[in-house]
Design a protein around this ligand. Sequence first.
Ligand SMILES: *Cc1c(COP(=O)(O)O)cnc(C)c1O
Length: 385
Amino acid sequence: MAMTDPGPDGRFGEFGGRFVPETLMPAVQELEKAFRGAWADPEFRAELDHMLTHYAGRPSPLTDCRRISEELGLRLLLKREDLNHTGSHKINNVLGQALLARRMGKTRLLAETGAGQHGVATATAAAYFGMDCVVYMGEVDIERQALNVFRMKLLGAEVRTAMSGSRTLKDAINEAMRDWVATVEESHYCLGSVMGPHPYPWMVREFHRVLGDEARRQCSELLDGGVPDVVTACVGGGSNAAGIFAGFADSTAELVGVEPAGGAAVGRGVPGVVHGSNSYLMQDEYGQVKEAESISAGLDYPGIGPEHAYLAAEGRARYESVTDAEVIEAFQLLSRTEGIIPALEPAHALAWVSRERAALAGKTVLLNLSGRGDKDATQMMEVLS
Ligand SMILES: *Cc1c(COP(=O)(O)O)cnc(C)c1O
């Protein structure tokens, strides 16, 4: 059945696995063992639940949208991850990993970040637990995301510049992994999406499952025990989509992930190994990982988590892409009709719903609103003026 635990080798069908250098193997094995123990421990689960409730603000509401539904000719339900502390779904994963790191006796959190959102979330969790925090960020991204760099520093984190390669997210991941190998005694690498070597894709999905389980209960209440016809979410690495899909994988709901046209790893990518697991990624003709390009910095990861590659191959989920122009329109549409300014990432999912409105007529569509749009307001002010 879809979205249960991967095998002991971390495989989802032919995807996933653990392709790491010898020096990293003990660290990922120790992490897997610790996660298995923690996840089976009711005390760990209760402590995480307590933090999610009293610090992160869970459960997030489900909003039954009236005006946009009328405009599109369907029924749109939004899972409101934008209302979480720090403004997105990312807090679910970082609180889980930080609590696990503490249980493992670690005192230092490492993270990579592209647009800065995962770095900010990790720095937040580190501050909450009183842990040291080092965030790796490409030189190019540091220049583009000055406000998030400031936020991380304010939260007590050290931001280190990744100078190798294209000086963006994929280079930051490489440097964070290098740091981890050298400091594994005291450090935990807090990876930001459902990617990387086993156990990360599985573990990160499990930490986000809370949002899918909540949405399942909320939909059941609203729809007299029923489920939506379609469940959709944007896909960068794929963590928010994995969280909401996990709540509906065993149901009749159709699952649709939406990627940016300039980063469509499932649509235009090829199978290959990157950052420790086997999945789809964008490559050039020489097999080099290609830069993804998108209006939304949070989605410009050139790969996709291995479980999504598996769900696509099995036909349990499908993956569509939308253009920047469609995203800009969706961003304005939700703001104007519902009074909710979405982050540009989930605006991708809405752009797909809006484009496919004829095919979706009369259906109930659950969309994971993964984050709020405050962080994108300045960029959109320039785009729209
Ligand atoms: C980081 C981010 C994403 C992309 O990450 P996934 O792992 O694909 O979920 C999507 N939405 C928001 C609001 C984000 O901050």
